[in-house]
Write a protein that binds this ligand. Sequence first.
Ligand code: NAP
Length: 460
Amino acid sequence: MRELVEAIEAPDSVPADVAALKIPGSYRAAVLRKEEADMFEGVELRDRTPADSLHIQEVPTPEPGPGEVLVAVMASAVNYNTVWSALFSPVPTFAFLERYGRLGGLAARHDLPYHVIGSDLAGVVLKSGPGVRRWHAGDRVVAHCVSVELEGAEGHGDAMLDPEQRIWGFETNYGGLAELSLVKASQLLPKAEHLTWEEAASPGLVNSTAYRQLVTNNGAGMKQGDNVLIWGAAGGLGSYATQLALAGGATPICVVSSPEKAELARRMGAELIIDRAEEGYRFWRDERTQDRKEWRRLGERIRELTGGEDPDIVFEHPGRETFGASVYVARKGGTIVTCASTAGYNHEYDNRYLWMSLKRIVGSHCAHYREAWEANRLIAKGKIHPTLSRTYALDEVGDAVESLHRNAHHGKVGVRCLAPAEGLGVTAPEFRERHETAINRFRAAPPAQHQLPTMEGVAA
Ligand code: NAP
């Protein structure tokens, strides 16, 4: 692997140098093991430790098949799906791999006794499989996390509707938390030239998800002037939703849970901020009963901040904890757009506030290739910036995932795979210089202390 990194990082490196490299027969990867899939049975989610299930091990290099590309991964990032995978929740991801494998052909290779996870990467194309024309050895790329087959008609209007749509590195094998990765050519996007490897690897999944969820007509179709209530505004999804709202002429109302996270939202340009921990919202009186007075208190606080207006859009992902409040506070005719249920997927809300006020709930999931391309273009043009707070080495991936599991991170968490150090990979230094102030402003400061409250501690 050293030769490979040297060829990529050499100042006079040309694609032919990369194309001439001998591809190693195996590589180091963050894997889950099928034989351990029941290791947490009977253990509460909060007591599960990702470092117990995640292993760094050598795995054989796959040969790229038709339409596939093998990539040298310089850096990757942790997403919340990495947390779900490592906790084997709600189901071990091996169930996804088995189902994929049953398609046969190239898909059968994904059903292995180990799962290489990870749904983001920045790196360099090493080898393209038969039929790939657009991408060549030496190309610097990031990967979009959606893998589709598109053999049926269903996905041809919106690839997210393909019955065989999967999240790479979660529902497929050969993910990005590794030295090498196998992707479909239709997942690749050009790497932003002004960013380092770890910066470039961090926005992908969350930025494209937030883009569809908030901006395009497949999601909320945000327009200028909209008030957007953003839960977790200093987290992965939320830090991009906040930027997209600001860049699109909307007004984000950012919900966070600490003064440091409020500061990050402020540095991104948000003015209306709610610290849910400081203001002590408790939407659930007990496990079964929600407190409507608390919904109202949140609604009043939003009106106080906006000068009497309600959110046109609520950007939802905490789920059970907040969903009742989200439906309540949306304006008459407003949209609650959801892509997740971190705090529980059995949502409860009072339907009278939905139908009588003609609100709509929209489900959104990741983004199709075109949406991802557009979201990536905003990064490449320096209109949206990475919100990376800390980068771990591949060996420390367990700690990196733990920080998300404990909600003890800010913005995004990166992982160095082949990159020997942070700060490498910039090929447009002048462009970077022009955006340096913004890049630094948007970079999330790592939390002051690493053991912040558990999810339960901040959930109310
Ligand atoms: P993240 O980096 O952990 O950020 C989530 C933020 O939500 C946290 O920073 C936290 O902010 C807030 N939060 C957590 N629990 C909460 C609760 N009970 N009540 C209110 N706020 C809460 O994670 P992420 O990457 O943004 O992902 C968030 C969720 O979206 C995950 O469940 C993930 O699996 C899902 N997701 C889905 C898709 C998709 O395509 N469907 C894509 C990406 C992510 P504060 O503590 O500061 O309030």
